[in-house]
Design a protein around this ligand. Structure first.
Ligand SMILES: [Zn+2]
Length: 124
């Protein structure tokens, strides 16, 4: 996700440089740096929240680090690859069992209305 944002920003900068000879490149680069800092702050907040939640689970419910590591690997392996990334797995249509595309409210193949996937807590 972060890589996509930075790549998109780099392409945007190259496009600007080609169009106006680089006059707005410096300003655009500053925007990219600011955007990167915001993303890094968000990541730090997520690390802290995750650690706080994990500490609560360990203290109040007796969960172990080994259980957490195993669960992380299970999630990582949902797409068959242990690559440190969460797979973007589209759910199946409940009527025709084909893969649902994007966040459309109907199946493209059979027209069945489906629950919006963005309402699921970890859909992306
Ligand atoms: Zn369908």
């Amino acid at each position: 996700m972060i890589e996509d944002v930075l790549f998109s920003s780099a392409v945007h900068l190259m496009d600007k440089q080609n169009r106006d000879g680089g006059e707005s490149v410096s300003r655009a680069a500053t925007d990219v740096r600011a955007q990167n800092e915001i993303i890094q702050c968000d990541v730090e907040k997520l690390f802290m929240l995750t650690e706080a939640l994990w500490t609560i689970l360990k203290e109040k419910h007796g969960c172990t680090d080994a259980e957490l590591v195993q669960r992380v690997q299970e999630i990582d392996l949902r797409d068959g690859k242990l690559d440190g990334k969460v797979a973007k797995v589209n759910p199946d249509c409940p009527k025709c069992s084909r893969k649902l595309m994007g966040k459309r409210p109907v199946c493209l193949y059979c027209g069945a209305e489906v629950a919006r996937v963005d309402l699921q807590p970890f859909s992306r």
